[in-house]
Design a protein around this ligand. Structure first.
Ligand code: GLU
Length: 309
């Protein structure tokens, strides 16, 4: 495992040179594009890590998995999928184009920005502070780390410049998709995206998904992993399924969480992104891990050691 992770890091460092850090959220532009880290938890529960695995980054869209799980646990599958669809889109993560043309203006899935904002709208609570405390409490519990906090500079930076997300949210409010105050839900969304942690923390969250311990109920986990597989890397989800084959979720902060049920929980970090907003280093590292360790969910051969070709 150590050898495979070391090889992954060197492939990741080469791939990072081909990407660019996100700049549309000004605070993200200060990330070091050469940073590359990985952490993986085996079925035995051992955490292996290499590279900048202890460098914190903001979760960005990876937080959408956490709010989806919360909404499924609190409101149930029927209520969640009455708000958002469960279909992949070939559009970019922040695309606005289909919201108007779809008959009920329902975002296509919970991981594009529109869908994620609709899910965040479902986080219960009496105030912004109360709602954010619930999200943070759940994240800390999943990671088993009370020190996880929000990068306030990143949250403020997105709050100040998130005009497109505001446009999506106000459109959805007009269409009746959002039920609560738009600005409060947006502030909550920007703060959840700014939750900061390391690859090691994220891999520990991944263990809850790869090796369930009862904290996340079975139907909730099944739905979340299915959405990750079909929609987790936006318009790169199909390619990720072919080349990596793990249930994944990326974020523009440079993280990717990747799960093979029962076999692997992996978190990668590399803030240099490809044109679709996915970590260039992360994609290279996960491709290598999947090939070397047989981690694709679609690799029937990997499940039967007697088969070799
Ligand atoms: N906070 C980011 C946004 O809404 C999340 C996008 C992402 O990570 O893909 O633009």
């Amino acid at each position: 495992m150590e050898q495979t992770l070391k090889q992954a890091i060197s492939l990741g460092r080469a791939a990072a040179l081909t990407g660019k850090v996100a700049t549309y959220i000004p605070e993200l532009a200060s990330a070091d594009p050469s940073h590359v880290g990985i952490a993986a938890v085996t079925p035995q529960g051992t955490l292996h890590a290499e590279g900048e695995s202890a460098t914190p980054f903001s979760l960005q869209s990876i937080s959408k998995v956490i709010t989806l799980i919360m909404a499924l646990m609190e409101a149930g599958e029927e209520a969640v999928f009455a708000r958002v669809g469960m279909e992949p889109t070939g559009d970019a993560f922040n695309s606005i184009v289909r919201l108007e043309t779809l008959p009920d203006h329902k975002p296509l899935n919970p991981f594009i920005n529109a869908g994620a904002i609709a899910i965040t709208d479902m986080v219960p609570g009496n105030s912004f502070e109360d709602r954010l405390a619930r999200v943070l409490h759940f994240v800390r519990r999943l990671a088993d780390n009370e020190a996880i906090s929000i990068n306030k500079k990143v949250a403020h930076s997105e709050w100040a410049t998130g005009h497109r997300n505001r446009a999506l949210a106000y459109f959805m409010k007009d269409a009746g998709v959002l039920k609560r105050g738009v600005e409060e839900t947006l502030k909550l969304y920007f703060n959840q995206c700014a939750i900061s942690m390391t690859c090691e923390d994220l891999a520990r969250i991944g263990t809850r998904l790869a090796y369930p311990d009862g904290l996340i109920p079975r139907p909730v986990l099944r739905a979340a992993l299915a959405c990750m597989t079909t929609c987790g890397l936006y318009n790169g989800s199909g390619e990720f399924a072919v080349r990596v084959g793990m249930a994944g979720k990326s974020g523009v902060g440079g993280g990717i969480l990747a799960i093979t049920p029962g076999r692997a929980a992996v978190a990668t970090f590399g803030p240099a992104l490809d044109a679709r907003g996915n970590s260039a280093a992360g994609l290279a590292m996960l491709g290598h891990l999947s090939d070397s360790l047989g981690l694709s969910q679609f690799d029937s051969y990997a499940l039967n050691p007697a088969l070799t070709r």
